[in-house]
Design a protein around this ligand. Structure first.
Ligand code: RIB
Ligand code: CA
Length: 312
């Protein structure tokens, strides 16, 4: 079986870290590159965190590129209140020895999509869509060459998590998200409506810790840190594990359920900036530009996560 070639665009972030570890532990996936984008914390930290995670996984040969330092139009909004000042609070991970590749993330993404066989590269986006939008502006021809873009972003029935209307990744760069949703790229969307059903719990965190390896213990420490914010906010026993849903879809699409819909991004109203307006009931004739997920078999999801992380 040929491994599926993927580019992971990310703003680590503890949940990004778990997604990247899942991908690095999975032989079905060939990570052609990891591109860092500003989001949860500034780019100087997201790029370093991406390196730290590759070393934690024992994969220092993974190519990591640095990308956009700010959103297209909006001032940068970050989320240290969730992820801590390093963006990866929880475990004490050493300064990385591996270094960033010199090429800019946007150039790497464009060159990869233009040089690899059309339809063979999957984009997995875990943060704001600034790098992808810049790549589309730099070379519009890439849109028809992407196999699929699987994103964590947006929300509809669940509303927002950074404003009442908007999910963080889309809110940080709504103009970039608008470019991506209008691009014609085949999109699979993992909004809050599905990630809020993938909740950690003390038992689930303990399962990572009991793996006993550095990656397993680090995952438990990361989730233990980031869940403190979510437990208070959602008054639950755990927090949503957003970004690993993207990678889990590539490995086990059958654990998700959703439907093709139109998704349109609010880019004007200050009240609802970054809202993803999902035509779930098909009441408009807008093009169905995304497969929007709403349900997950969360038992299967966490079982797969623990089994795969234990392989690192
Ligand atoms: O809203 C959740 C998303 O925003 C996740 O990708 C998290 O890492 C942050 O980037
Ligand atoms: Ca993220």
């Amino acid at each position: 079986m040929t491994a599926r070639k993927i580019i992971i665009d990310t703003d680590p972030g503890q949940d990004d870290a778990v997604a990247i570890l899942l991908a690095l532990a999975s032989p079905e996936l060939d990570i052609v590159g990891i591109t860092a984008v500003t989001g949860n914390v500034p780019l100087s930290l997201t790029e370093k965190n991406a390196l730290k995670i590759c070393e934690l996984a024992g994969k220092p040969e993974t190519p990591v590129y640095s990308g956009a330092i700010r959103p297209l139009m909006r001032p940068l909004v970050t989320a240290e209140h969730v992820h801590g000042k390093t963006g990866l609070d929880g475990p004490d991970l050493p300064e990385p020895k591996m270094t960033l590749h010199k090429e800019h993330a946007v150039d790497f993404t464009v060159e990869t999509l233009m040089n690899e066989e059309s339809g063979t590269i999957t984009l997995c986006t875990l943060g704001p869509l600034t790098n992808i939008a810049l790549a589309l502006i730099r070379e519009p021809r890439i849109a028809s060459r992407v196999k699929e873009l699987v994103m964590m972003g947006g929300g509809f029935f669940e509303g927002g998590n950074i404003t009442p209307a908007a999910e963080f990744n889309i809110h940080v760069d709504p103009h970039a998200a608008d470019i991506v949703f209008r691009s014609g790229i085949p999109i699979v969307m993992m909004p809050l409506d599905v990630t809020h059903k993938a909740l950690t719990s003390p038992t689930r965190i303990a399962a990572f810790r009991s793996i006993g390896s550095r990656p397993g213990i680090a995952v438990a420490e990361m989730l233990g840190f980031s869940e403190r914010f979510d437990k208070e906010k959602y008054a639950g026993e755990g927090g949503p594990l957003h970004d690993p849903c993207v990678i889990a879809y590539l490995l086990a699409p059958e654990i998700f359920k959703g439907r093709k819909c139109n998704v349109t991004v609010e880019t004007v109203s200050e009240l609802t900036l970054g809202m993803t307006v999902v035509d779930w009931w098909g009441v408009t004739d807008r093009p169905k530009n995304a497969f929007v997920m709403r349900d997950i078999d969360h038992e299967a999801f966490f079982a797969m996560l623990v089994e795969r992380i234990s392989r690192l």
